[in-house]
Design a protein around this ligand. Structure first.
Ligand SMILES: *[C@@H]1O[C@H](CO)[C@@H](O)[C@H](O)[C@H]1NC(C)=O
Length: 489
């Protein structure tokens, strides 16, 4: 009897060992090529990272050698829609501008920045989206669907990073999403001899916490996972000083802050250009007369909000404030009417569209017109420059991230009111200088009344502050932080 049992154990162990060794052999046989710092290097130069900029010029003249020399190939990874990842697109543009070659890996869904599409040094490597059934947002099925989706993403991402792209000296990964991105990026950068750089936009576990509740075991596991894999990266970039502090204190990781800045697309415009844009855009054309000052006694105000229609942006705050404003404007005729244009796509959009429709039917939005739009990047930039006030509903799951859309609003010289009850908010918006923060729909409603009634000229002051802020640009920020980190300058 005893002999039988041990015989079985031996058989199983043998089978396992055979499987493992076959698996390992397959893994070794299919290993992707590695980044080689000595390839393409001019003779006599062996020191890594020395004067990269000059060498690439020299190498460009050597026949048969690539124009971008060693150390300038990048993989930029985002497990999301590339078109809706402006910061990763800006990284790609900046790197290419400094002679780098970029493989930009992510989903190809919405329109990608034209400067990327026209740039021969940036190659888009689209990931295949998971089958529709795995992308269902059902909370009940989440424990079953989420792992399946992760398996799909893992194989897809591994394949793209190993075989559809050249080995890079640098891999720049957006976090979040962290699962499975950080793990795959760590493994691939190890086997391909690549330096892993994590660009922290936020913490993945804090976003998962919004969906599952902060005490859910998956949220805790996810936090540990993020902490673990942050150890393997060679460098870290964060979007705020507050986030860099958290990384230092909680994760023991040293990070540099690269603040989001508006791209050159976002610029203030002249009042002539404003009028012609408002006349041209379908969403504003029928109100263009009302919105331009000379034509009527009390011109309408144009309010713009861009939302991802997700749980961390509570659109009902703005909706409630607009209803209260509309009621107030009925009794105070000197309050201007508002045209509110909401841009963006997202899961809760349909829900709010039907709420807006019923509020209209009930006559609760008599002095406010709400319209939604999905604009090209160029038109969105012009819309921001033409508006009177921008609204940010971003609530920040971690407290240390910042909404990029506010940055773009400042780029267009647009003053901003936004949800401001989180740590990093004052790093971006200076109270009474270029914007104002609110913490409830009541406060937002009061702000709208104060600013649009405009007794003390505060809106004009904020406008001035926003115009000043629009002078700080991405290129300058990137060159001083990213250019230095990646040794491109
Ligand atoms: C991305 O999608 C667009 C539109 O669907 C398509 O024209 C383009 O070729 C795609 N790009 C890549 C690299 O697959």
């Amino acid at each position: 009897m005893f002999g039988d049992a041990s015989h079985h154990v031996f058989e199983i162990a043998l089978a396992l060992a055979v499987c493992l060794s076959i698996g390992f052999t397959l893994f070794l046989l299919t290993l992707p090529s590695r980044y080689d710092p000595y390839k393409n290097r001019a003779p006599g130069n062996s020191a890594e990272g020395e004067d990269d900029g000059k060498q690439s010029d020299a190498e460009g003249k050597v026949p048969g050698k690539s124009l971008w020399g060693a150390g300038k190939t990048f993989q930029i990874v985002v497990l999301g829609d590339i078109g809706r990842s402006p910061r990763m697109q800006y990284h790609a543009i900046s790197i290419a501008k400094h002679g780098g070659k970029v493989f930009l890996i992510g989903y190809n869904e919405s329109e990608i920045h034209p400067d990327i599409l026209s740039n021969p040094h940036v190659k888009i490597v689209p990931l295949s989206p998971a089958p529709a059934i795995l992308r269902s947002s059902s909370k009940i099925l989440f424990p079953i669907l989420a792992p399946l989706k992760v398996i799909w993403q893992t194989s897809n991402l591994y394949y793209a990073l190993c075989y559809r792209t050249e080995p890079g000296r640098w891999m720049l990964v957006q976090n979040p999403p962290s699962i499975p991105t950080l793990a795959i990026a760590t493994i691939v950068s190890f086997i391909r001899n690549t330096n892993l750089v994590i660009d922290w936009h936020n913490f993945g576990y804090s976003i998962l916490g919004l969906k599952l509740g902060p005490r859910h075991p998956l949220v805790k596991i996810s936090a540990l996972y993020e902490k673990l894999f942050s150890r393997f990266a060679s460098h870290h970039i964060t979007v705020t000083n507050a986030m860099a502090r958290v990384l230092k204190n909680d994760y023991g990781a040293q990070a540099v802050t690269l603040h989001d800045r508006p791209a050159s697309l976002f610029q203030p415009i002249s009042s002539q250009a404003r009028t012609s844009f408002l006349t041209r855009l379908p969403e504003t054309s029928s109100y263009a007369q009302d919105l331009t000052s000379d034509s009527t006694s009390t011109p309408w105000r144009l309010l713009v909000s861009s939302t991802s229609w997700t749980a961390d942006e509570d659109f009902s705050l703005l909706l409630d404030a607009l209803c209260a404003y509309s009621a107030q404007a009925t009794s105070k005729p000197n309050l201007p009417k508002i045209l509110a244009i909401i841009t963006g796509k997202g899961p809760q959009k349909e829900h709010y569209l039907s709420r807006i429709a019923s509020l209209n039917q009930e006559g609760k939005l008599k002095n406010v017109v709400i319209s939604t739009a999905w604009l090209t990047p160029e038109d969105y930039a012009l819309l921001l420059a033409s508006a009177d006030l921008g609204v940010s509903l971003h609530t920040s799951s971690s407290g240390v991230d910042l909404p990029m859309k506010v940055v773009d609003m400042f780029g267009a010289g647009l003053p901003v009111v936004g949800w401001g009850k989180f740590e990093a908010w004052p790093e971006l918006v200076k109270e009474d200088v270029n914007g104002k923060g609110f913490g409830s729909s009541d406060k937002l409603w009061q702000l709208l009344v104060n600013l649009f009634e405009d007794r003390d000229g505060l809106l004009a002051t904020l406008k001035e502050g926003a115009l000043k802020e629009s002078e700080y640009r991405w290129d300058g920020e990137w060159d001083s932080v990213g250019g230095k980190l990646f040794q491109l300058l």
